[in-house]
Design a protein around this ligand. Structure first.
Ligand code: HSE
Length: 299
């Protein structure tokens, strides 16, 4: 038997929702092929698109970590060959490790005849993420696994909710050709938040969720603000302020860092506007000598 699975990239945080909000995009993403074989045990046969950077050791690769955790849980001992095709950049803020982890666990569950529900797969996908980035944050794995826009209401116990979004909501992501390591981007954050900032942030989280479910674009736009983490993290992204300003000027509902960066995302109400925003953001990066790539997707 064999199966091929695609798991999408994701935008985590979505400005005000650090570690609790994320959405999936149509592209880029990772692809995995699993083939059963006679010889017991899991082996990685091939990894493409990683420029030789990923480990072929099954206990070190995010895709196979989630597969091994799953197999232990369901108590199945099978022979498995893994072919991983990385179709997205590393250290980009697009949930690269999450996509591999999700692709792995989703594929093995399909191959096993869906022994677990999609929601039950989340904790196995989180294990891969924990190894890759040092924390088990779910705001990339949950939307990659479930699709759409997702809220992690609680981590303990895990409580993940899919949020309805307006029909015509589009995202544009600009990925500058630099790398930011998620562990580093977490380590620079302050450990305490002043109560005034906290009040502003949870007001925005509530506003963003309400705006999405009520199709209120004005409310979505007003709520897309992060006064806590963005000022610190944006220092890792050359030209961030100019790129963000250009996106808002070009008609974006809101704009912020995608996950831990350096990618920057913006939301808009139409595909055409999203493309236009992408072009002006790309021009801004070009002005300071940074090459970038644009991804546009419906949410
Ligand atoms: N919420 C995580 C962070 C996402 O901002 O560190 C990382 O992709």
């Amino acid at each position: 038997d064999s199966i091929k699975v695609f798991a999408p990239a994701t935008v985590a945080n979505v400005t005000c929702g650090f570690d609790i909000l994320g959405f999936a995009v149509e592209n880029p993403g990772d692809e995995i092929i699993l083939k059963t074989c006679k010889k017991p045990g899991v082996v990685i046969r091939e990894i493409k698109g990683d420029e030789g950077r990923l480990s072929h050791a099954v206990e070190e690769n995010t895709a196979t970590i989630s597969i091994l955790n799953y197999l232990t849980h369901v108590e199945r001992d099978i022979g498995l060959e893994v072919y991983l095709h990385k179709k997205m950049p590393f250290g980009s803020g697009l949930g690269s490790s999450a996509a591999s982890s999700v692709a792995g666990v989703f594929a093995i569950n399909q191959l096993m005849g869906q022994l677990l529900t999609t929601e039950e797969l989340l904790k196995f996908a989180l294990e891969g993420e924990r190894v890759a980035s040092g924390t088990g944050h779910a705001d990339n794995v949950a939307p990659s696994l479930m699709g759409g826009f997702v809220l992690i209401r609680s981590y303990d116990p895990l409580d993940v909710i899919k949020i309805n979004t307006p029909e015509n909501l589009h995202a544009v992501i600009i990925h500058p050709n630099i790398e930011v390591n998620t562990k580093d981007a977490r380590n620079i954050l302050k450990k305490n938040v002043p109560i005034k900032s906290a009040i502003r942030q949870w007001g925005n989280v509530g506003g963003l969720i309400a705006g999405l479910t009520m199709n209120d674009f004005g409310l979505i736009s007003r709520s897309m603000e992060d006064a806590i983490f963005e000022p610190v993290r944006s220092m890792l992204i050359p030209g961030f302020d100019q790129v963000k300003a250009s996106a808002l000027e070009a008609g974006a509902l809101g704009c912020g860092i995608s996950g831990s960066g350096p990618s920057i995302f913006a939301l808009s109400t139409a595909d055409g506007t999203a493309r236009k925003i992408g072009t002006v953001m790309k021009d801004q990066f070009a002005q300071i000598g940074i090459e970038s790539e644009i991804f546009v997707s419906k949410i």
